[in-house]
Design a protein around this ligand. Structure first.
Ligand SMILES: *Cc1c(COP(=O)(O)O)cnc(C)c1O
Length: 394
């Protein structure tokens, strides 16, 4: 009886519209890229996770086309029945090499990788210790376990240590953290986390969705960046952000742990094989990037330029070293309205306010891409300054 549900939904949706949390999806009439078309008008795009600028390119189109031609459209099977092709095994090896682990296991999304991780390894005898700003997929994944749950203050190593002390008697302890946090672009102190993990015999899990392909000399992510690739036990990551942007994901881990996931992880076992377009194209891309460091170099040059120009023009830019660049405004209304005004000026950015970010920490989040030209960056700064003056921010 839909009749019973309908009024509840209507009330909830009306409340969301009232308090400003109702989400409206902007419809793109073009591929993803530095420039997108919305409502027949072109906008410079500064809010995609398209860090290397590869999403929407002919390169990815061709790589996926070739994969589909050779391997077919899809497998109509899970991996362990008859859904494993050569490309799946090759991609798993390739990811493991990129991240610096012994093996990797493919998932349809990083959300599913996270959900399929904790409940597979951790029971009611164990404890999971999670950063308070971890991604929703980690939070939900942890809820699906029977393990004891502890939350430590964001990147606070003293608080983490006290949680490790509290859970000393548990069979297993695992520290779970995002590698890069999506709202601030700040990077988890993995060296310190691994040191504490050693001291208290805990495992370390890093969700590196915003960092694989981006951070580290070879794009191996935050463990490579922090010099702890051999000390992190589980790394989850996505092909849906820097690495092409279509979707698909992985858990990179140690040999036995990967073997165990293939045998027990429910979101792996009972979900279709990763599609051939994504599998083949991701495999091609990881190899291609080995001899094309210029994508990452351009990304970092653009990030540096944008941050410098924004600071020079009087904006408050957080110090995090990531293409995620939050422009701090504080005032909730200002953040949302300024983002709207920037959109009218042809710059697509998103304003984030409470409850997505803490009260008083409203911001516009800018995401820089390797696809942006120097002129794009300069234009964005010029429009920010124009609109910022109008709003009394600079
Ligand atoms: C984007 C993101 C995910 C989800 O990745 P999908 O592959 O799109 O499911 C998971 N964790 C973090 C930290 C993310 O930023």
């Amino acid at each position: 009886m839909y009749k019973s549900l309908k009024p509840i939904l209507e009330q909830e949706l009306a409340a969301a519209k009232e308090n400003g949390t109702y989400k409206v999806e902007r419809v793109l009439e073009s591929p993803q890229g530095r420039e997108i078309t919305v409502g027949g008008k072109k906008y410079l795009n500064f809010c995609a996770n398209n860090y290397l600028g590869l999403s929407g390119t002919e390169l990815m189109e061709k790589a996926s086309e070739e994969a589909v031609k050779k391997w077919g459209y899809g497998l109509a099977s899970v991996r362990f029945i008859c859904g494993t092709q050569t490309i799946h095994k090759d991609l798993e090896r390739s990811v493991a090499e990129l991240v610096g682990t012994e093996d990797a296991v493919l998932y349809s999304s990083c959300f599913m990788a996270n959900v399929g991780l904790f409940q597979t390894f951790f029971t009611d005898q164990d404890a999971i210790i999670s950063d308070e700003l971890n991604h929703a997929s980690i939070i939900d994944a942890v809820r699906l376990t029977k393990s004891e749950r502890h939350v430590f203050k964001h990147m606070d190593m003293n608080d983490l240590e006290s949680k490790l002390q509290e859970t000393r008697s548990k069979r297993l302890k695992v520290i779970a953290t995002d590698g890069v946090f999506s709202m601030d672009g700040d990077i988890a102190p993995l060296k310190e986390i691994c040191d504490l993990a050693d001291k208290y015999e805990a495992l370390v899990m890093v969700d590196d969705a915003h960092a694989v392909g981006v951070m580290g000399k070879n794009g191996g992510g935050t463990p490579e960046e922090c010099g702890v690739a051999d000390r992190v036990d589980f790394v989850t990551g996505t092909f849906g952000k820097a690495l092409g942007g279509a979707g698909g994901a992985f858990t990179a881990t140690r040999k036995e742990a990967a073997d165990y996931l293939r045998n027990r992880s429910r979101t792996y076992l009972f979900s279709n094989s990763l599609d051939t377009a994504v599998t083949g194209a991701s495999l091609w891309l990881i190899d291609y990037l080995k001899s094309h460091p210029e994508y990452r170099e351009r990304l970092w040059a653009n990030t540096k330029l944008f941050r410098e120009l924004m600071k020079k023009n009087g904006f408050t830019v957080s110090d995090a070293q990531h293409p995620i660049t939050p422009i701090m405004l504080g005032d909730e209304k200002k953040a949302v309205e300024m983002a709207k005004a920037l959109f009218d000026e042809g710059i697509y950015v998103i304003g984030f306010a409470f409850p997505v970010v803490p009260k008083g920490k409203a911001r516009i989040r800018v995401q820089v891409s390797a696809a942006h030209t120097k002129e794009d960056i300069e234009k964005a700064v010029e429009k920010f300054t124009l609109v910022g003056k109008r709003f009394g921010v600079v």
